[in-house]
Every structure is written in C-alpha cells, then in structure tokens.
Design a protein around this ligand. Structure first.
Ligand SMILES: Nc1nc2c(ncn2[C@@H]2O[C@H](COP(=O)(O)OP(=O)(O)OP(=O)(O)O)[C@@H](O)[C@H]2O)c(=O)[nH]1
Ligand SMILES: [Mg+2]
Length: 229
C-alpha cells in the first residue's frame, strides 16, 4: 500500500451504482453483480492513484448491516498497517436520482453513512446521484432540481450541504468525481469517525456495535425501519 494513494469509500443502497462507478474508472469489462463483500480496486485518474473501496448496500436487517460494517472495518484494517486502519481520504454516498426523494433503505443507508463519516469528515464527503442517463416519468429536466433539493434537505453533514455530482454510467462522470478528490489538499484531511472509534472499541462485532454507526444500525432496528418516513 503506498501512502500516495487517495482512498475513497463508496456507500449507498443496493443498485445505486457503486460498482458501476468503479467499473467506469477501472475499465473493467466484467458484468456488475450485487456486491456481497467489500472489495478494493485501484484506479488512476488525472495523474492521481486511487484505491476505491466498494461496499454492499445496507438493508433493513441489523445483523446483516452490522456484519457489513465489520467487513468495512476489516477491509480498512487489511489495507492499513501496524499503526491501524488505512486513512480514508474521501467518501461517496450514492442515490438513484430516478427514485426521487429519500425513502426506505436510502434514508437508513444515509443515516449510517453519516455516522461512519462523522461531522469532522464532512468536507471530504460527496453526494453522487446515479441514473442520469435513464428517462424519468417526472422528466429528465427535473433531475438537477431534484438533486439540489435532496442535497440541501438530506445531505448536510456537519456545517453545510456537501458537493453533489451526477452519474450516468459514463467514465467521464466518474472521473469528474475522482478529480474533485484529487484536487483537494490531502494535508487537511481528517480521519473517518468509524476508524477513530474502532481504535478504541476494537474491531470485533461487539466493538463495531459500539461505534456511532453500529449504534445507528441498532437504533434504526429498534425504531422500526418504516416509521422513519
Ligand atoms: N442507466 C444506468 N444504469 C446504471 C447506473 N448505475 C448503475 N446502473 C445499473 O444499475 C444496476 C445496479 O448497479 P450496481 O453498480 O451493481 O449498483 P450497486 O450500488 O453496486 O449495488 P449493490 O452492489 O447491490 O449494493 C446495474 O444493472 C447497473 O448496470 C446509471 O447511472 N445509469
Ligand atoms: Mg455493488
């Protein structure tokens, strides 16, 4: 693992385009299939080397979600060193623009995402809305308005709304997002809240459950998934 790589974590509901995004920038020709385990990929964009960490979409079962969280932690550990998990430089949250407003698993994925990142990580977070190349009964011209609305309403982490990018399953769209991360000053980067927390709580399932993201997963299951909306 070289320190020069920019490490990006990709999170979002099933079918929101995480693996397709990666496929666009790695040039992989294999078919995308639902992701069941975290996996890291290398990509080079605009003179920068990236390590992209693909994750399975979270769903509504707390046991499954906790094991995905543990998988994320273990992947960061494996890519890290004796000093601890690898430093994550950025995180992307995916949402299908064709779904319109956040509901069901999109909202619960976002709540967990926020707790994985923490507010101090806010300026390293990006919102990607996928499926821009798909026609919509609402009219494609509404995608930009909807994307802005979603970003303002839901995507504030910390002090303000994050940066949003459209994705239509094209390499140039994905490259724009990675270029954004490549252009940022890496010295200002903060640590992912999840990585900080597992240094204290440990990486076992019970340690992961004690993190903010783990607690969010447990609380969501206690609240009852559907009452959120
Ligand atoms: N038209 C269009 N199709 C897309 C886009 N992004 C993803 N898809 C398709 O949507 C389906 C799901 O995409 P994936 O990339 O597997 O989504 P994912 O977020 O990795 O899903 P999980 O691994 O299940 O969490 C695939 O058939 C993709 O080809 C997009 O921007 N436009
Ligand atoms: Mg996937």
């Amino acid at each position: 693992m070289t320190g020069a790589e920019i490490v990006i974590l990709l999170i979002g509901p099933h079918g929101s385009g995480k693996t397709s995004f990666i496929k666009c920038v790695t040039g992989s020709t294999t078919d995308v299939a639902p992701t069941t385990r975290c996996r890291d990929y290398r990509a080079n964009v605009d003179g920068n080397a990236f390590r992209l960490i693909d994750t399975p979409g979270l769903d509504d079962l707390p046991a499954g979600n906790l094991s995905i969280l543990k998988d994320i932690v273990q992947t960061l550990e494996v890519l890290g060193s004796s000093k601890g998990p690898i430093d994550v430089n950025g995180a992307i949250f995916f949402h299908r623009i064709t779904d319109g407003r956040f509901g069901g698993s999109a909202r619960s994925n976002l709540d967990v995402f926020k707790q994985i990142c923490g507010t101090k990580f806010a300026h390293q977070v990006v919102f990607v809305t996928s499926m821009w190349n798909k026609p919509s009964p609402l009219g494609q011209e509404n995608y930009q308005r909807l994307s802005d609305e979603l970003r303002q309403k839901y995507f504030s982490i910390g002090t303000g709304p994050g940066t949003a990018f459209p994705f239509g399953n094209k390499a140039e769209d994905a490259k724009k997002v990675l270029k954004y991360f490549g252009d940022r000053n890496k010295r200002e980067m903060r640590e992912l809240l999840l990585a900080q927390e597992v240094k204290r709580s440990g990486t076992s399932l019970s340690g992961v459950r004690r993190t903010s993201a783990g607690r969010e997963i447990m609380q969501a299951s206690n609240r009852g998934f559907c009452t959120l909306f």
